[in-house]
Design a protein around this ligand. Structure first.
Ligand code: GMT
Length: 379
């Protein structure tokens, strides 16, 4: 198949999922055309089967805001026509579905390019549900030729908010060879000079991830007499607040803020516990990636997280903001190596049994075929 994929190139899990999906599809013999404002961060290698088409935007004094949705639609239509795309698959509904629908309609009746939308989370629960975007998000979903959601939770939320239920749940995935714990002694020595156990948090450090809770958890674990350090991977608006809170609590020296990192697996390979205290999480890709690297997860019981992390088996779940309980769980894991090892190995087992690429990528291919078949039968 000839597949067009659009993602947010620089920010968040939906871009990672779309990019990794493209790479996996190319490995299975499909040709993937990424259509985006810049090269998606995980897309380091382009090839004959993985191509990139940059959306260009003309600036004009009249435009207070540049109309990216339209520029994206134009590029999608151009690529669909010149590369004879079989379908357009967009990740995150706003505004990608709308652009794709415009592109599809602009090419009719010469070429019908079906639009598949994958819902990732805040495109439904936060941004899409806001009155300023709700009607157009509903339109984008309803007019798509196929819709998938990354968790049962998100499917349910979409049904509730948009009264739309024709949604296939296709979860996020990990590649078992890429996401595996491997020895990274040098990194461990630099992050834990006295061989302290490490709490690790990986996110875009936005308010919805509640990264400040990680600092609160660290303070409570230290109070219990467990020497540990906190590694914060990623960057975002809350970084300064986290740093300030750590200074206020007098534990700044026990924190390492490493910013955005290209090789997350290395940081997961040194982690003893992953902290994910999010306010909202439709899936929790960071939890899945940690689990694949044998890291037990201490997370909030929100959204799709309980579908990924089994409380008491592969990690521990708590109510949002309950940093006392999260600290208790983290301390329990840090002070019991056998428990940590058992939970870590169960975590990898559980991640690979349900979310390995060999299981999930074929689901996307089957879904594409189903949508294409439905369209060809209708014409
Ligand atoms: O967090 C967002 O605002 C959007 C999105 C993203 O691009 O990171 O996150 C969602 O998609 C991820 C990948 O499918 C999921 O793992 C996250 O749980 C989900 N975030 C939320 O629902 C807050």
């Amino acid at each position: 198949m000839n597949i067009g994929i659009t993602v947010y190139p620089t920010y968040g899990g939906s871009g990672i999922v779309g990019s990794e999906l493209g790479k996996e599809l190319a490995e299975r013999g499909h040709t993937v055309h990424f259509i985006s404002s810049s090269l998606p961060t995980r897309l380091t290698k382009l090839s004959e089967r993985v191509r990139f088409h940059q959306v260009k935007m003309m600036s004009y004094p009249l435009f207070e805001h540049q109309p990216y949705t339209l520029a994206l639609a134009s590029m999608m239509a151009k690529v669909a026509e010149t590369e004879n795309l079989d379908l357009l698959h967009v990740h995150y509904a706003i505004p990608h579905s709308i652009s794709a629908i415009l592109a599809r309609e602009s090419l009719k009746p010469n070429h019908y390019v079906p639009v598949i939308t994958t819902l990732h989370g805040t495109d439904i629960t936060l941004v899409g549900a806001d009155p300023s975007y709700l009607p157009i998000t509903r339109y984008g979903i309803a007019q798509s030729d196929g819709v998938t959601a990354i968790s049962h939770y998100l499917k349910h939320e979409t049904e509730e908010t948009f009264q739309f239920d024709d949604i296939e749940v296709i979860p996020n995935f990990v590649c078992k060879s890429e996401y595996a714990r491997h020895p990274v002694e040098e990194l461990r020595a630099s992050l834990a000079p006295q061989n302290e156990p490490l709490l690790v948090h990986v996110s875009t450090l936005r308010p919805v991830k509640r990264p400040v809770d990680c600092v609160e958890i660290l303070a409570r674990v230290l109070k219990k007499g467990i020497k540990t350090r906190l590694v914060m991977v990623g960057d975002g608006s809350e970084r300064a607040t986290c740093e300030q809170r750590a200074r206020d609590l007098g534990i700044f020296d026990q924190c390492v803020f490493v910013g955005e990192q290209p090789n997350i697996v290395e940081y997961l390979s040194v982690a003893d516990v992953l902290l994910l205290p999010s306010e909202q999480e439709s899936f929790g890709l960071a939890a899945l990636e940690a689990m694949a690297c044998e890291v037990p997860v201490v997370a909030s019981r929100v959204g799709g997280v309980p579908e990924v992390v089994t409380d008491g088996e592969t990690g521990f779940l708590s109510n949002v903001g309950d940093t006392d309980k999260m600290a208790e769980d983290a301390a329990r894991l840090l002070s019991d190596e056998e428990l940590r090892r058992q939970m870590g190995s169960r975590a990898r087992e559980s991640a690979l049994a349900r979310y390995n690429t060999d299981i999930v990528i074929p689901k996307y291919i089957e879904f594409y075929e189903k949508v294409l078949k439905k369209k060809s039968e209708a014409t």
